[in-house]
Design a protein around this ligand. Sequence first.
Ligand SMILES: NC(=O)c1ccc[n+]([C@@H]2O[C@H](COP(=O)([O-])OP(=O)(O)OC[C@H]3O[C@@H](n4cnc5c(N)ncnc54)[C@H](O)[C@@H]3O)[C@@H](O)[C@H]2O)c1
Length: 315
Amino acid sequence: MGDQTDVQHTAQTIVDGSLVGIVGAGTMGIGVAQCFAEAGLPVVVVDNDHGALASGPDRLRAGIRTATLLRRGARQVRAGAPAPRAESLVTWSAELADLAAALLVVECAREDEDIKEGILRELDRICGAEAIFASNTSCIPVGRLGSFTGRPDRVIGTHFMNPAPLKDAVEVIRAPETSDLTLERTEGFLTHIGKHALVVRDAPGFVTNRVLMLTLNEAAAVLGEGTADAETVDRIFQDCFGHPMGPLRTADLIGLDTIVDSLEVLRRHTGEDRFKPCPLLSRLVAEGRVGRKSGSGFYPYAPQHLAARGRTGRD
Ligand SMILES: NC(=O)c1ccc[n+]([C@@H]2O[C@H](COP(=O)([O-])OP(=O)(O)OC[C@H]3O[C@@H](n4cnc5c(N)ncnc54)[C@H](O)[C@@H]3O)[C@@H](O)[C@H]2O)c1
């Protein structure tokens, strides 16, 4: 695999009507699936958790409804598939084998290297030689993920932000092995769904999470040490720095479990203890208070924020 000289297609012919696979029907997988379906592409979402699969259609519908309302409010109505059609373009499966025909697979499983390794090794066996594997990893070096496949030239990082349907840009991570063609095709897919790529080189945490994870961890630490309450910590970033959301509400939106996983990945790959999750963050995760998706984190959340996954916390 990996010889690009025999590839006849241009980036655009690859995008038109291409089947897109998503692995992981969690916070990000559902949002990324929505982005592709709203742009008219057929999508198969695979998850090995039946609760996540069962609640997937409802969470997708809620995501489409929210995005439509917000875009309408901001008058940014996007061209693309109308909501009912977008929903019907998404199918759900427990089998990676159903991604055999996909030309792009976006891996959105939990931030755990062993889990991602297992998925990528199996996808490499199942999918055609042309398929690109794009990981939504928050922190794991993309070159490391590519090494789990026989096609490292077709592995790339597409770090969608949360909520994916409402963000204009994607941090695209190019590993040393990622080919020009893979980058070009990935950018073609992103353009098709109305997003632009901000391309960076490979490193643990890339640009976003090398900086953001430390900030969120320190915000939790100042709260845990009693320097200020949660509302004050967040308002300092909003009122003084003009951030739309403070770090603690951002952490609750991301998921405190995902943040702890990401900090551990950063610590392991850099060898630096400054990425050690602070005691308050670790305690909240141990208690199952992982943010919006569980109904509480640094703040309590009303039921409409709860992702109806059939259970709480990490899936
Ligand atoms: N939450 C965020 O704000 C955010 C933002 C950017 C990137 N990310 C990254 O995106 C990825 C997904 O994060 P998330 O927040 O959606 O996590 P999540 O915990 O909400 O969802 C992860 C999903 O992966 C599924 N899964 C686990 N093992 C699997 C397997 N072997 N096969 C198929 N499915 C499997 C789980 O059942 C779950 O539904 C992670 O790498 C995370 O670091 C998260």
